[in-house]
Write a protein that binds this ligand. Sequence first.
Ligand SMILES: Cc1cc2nc3c(=O)[nH]c(=O)nc-3n(C[C@H](O)[C@H](O)[C@H](O)COP(=O)(O)O)c2cc1C
Ligand SMILES: CCCCC(=O)C(=O)O
Length: 363
Amino acid sequence: MAGEPVNVNEFEELARKVLPKIYYDFFSGGAEDQYTLKENIEAFRRITIRPRILLDVSKIHMSTIILGHKTSAPIIVSPTSSHQLAHPEGEVATARGAAACNVIMGVAFTSTCTMEEVASSCKAVRFIQTFAFEREITANMVQRAERNGFRAIILTADTPRLGRKEADIKNKMISPPFKNFEGFISTEAVSDKGSNVEAYAAETLDPSFCWKDIAWLKSITKLPILIKGVLTGEDATKAIEAGVAGIIVSNHGARQLDYTPATISVLEEVVLAVQGKVPVLLDGGIRRGTDIFKALALGAKAVLIGRPVIYGLAAKGETGVKQVIEMLKNELEQTMALAGCRTVDDITRSHVNTETERFLCRM
Ligand SMILES: Cc1cc2nc3c(=O)[nH]c(=O)nc-3n(C[C@H](O)[C@H](O)[C@H](O)COP(=O)(O)O)c2cc1C
Ligand SMILES: CCCCC(=O)C(=O)O
């Protein structure tokens, strides 16, 4: 690739060049056969857009409100771990990039900078992401999230144990310490079996955590809880019964259970089950503004971006994060103009054809 990147896929190429292979494999990889990893991208390609012409698109507004927070676009930085493997400034640089673009920053509890370091680094609206950890770790996370001005808790519920990323096992991938665990486990956790991420997970996760435990989590915090990892209408209904404030349709970027469907393929099932009671967000395979447009047309309030943000960080630090988010924003703006949508609320179900509808006439 010659010259500056012109789309987020080109940032992946840049990242691949600068990162040691072990780290590139860790960031880019998926579980087992990586069927879902490919499908997350491919499923977007099978959806086409039904534009409307001759509407006044001289001004396009992408801003939206997510859990009461105004953001410049329906884009959130997805919580991902280990940013210092991509860049020495780690999550602090990522959060600053998000703040510069006025989008919400999802911070993983398994970050390489502490929650406190990220919080004091910038003014981004921040959500903290947690797993179903043992209760004393969760209680500690909640206190620190509230004290440090995090605005919501993202409970990632698709990880009772870690998915099998075979490249990491082969590479014996070693993550730097997850400093937020200090005082709870040895943050130097190592394993001779393969990746040390696996050892961290085994030491901290509580695989018996279930729906009723959300009531406990709610009892120890006033922060709204978003549940991440919902892929069926059945679980969306349970999530609403459990009192969550939002649902994230996610297959963890294809890093947990392989052969789950692409998230965009199940979004509508979840949206129909939720019946507008809480916002539905989506992540997985978003690489273009057209992908964001398609997700919004199928009922998502916003999307989360995982790997492209990490690739921006690896390539150019905070500037790269900013450039990746700006690229996606610019592409969404372009898509809205060419499809005849002035605001995000103008994007409707009738602006896309899904695979099954492709050869049919829609009303
Ligand atoms: C390197 C990496 C680390 C991740 N770490 C976490 C994590 O700690 N917690 C979490 O909920 N999701 C984690 N995820 C999943 C992302 O939040 C998100 O669901 C996924 O990356 C979205 O897909 P995309 O990468 O195609 O955008 C991780 C993903 C990657 C690629
Ligand atoms: C316990 C660390 C989990 C990291 C993670 O979620 C991932 O690599 O996908």
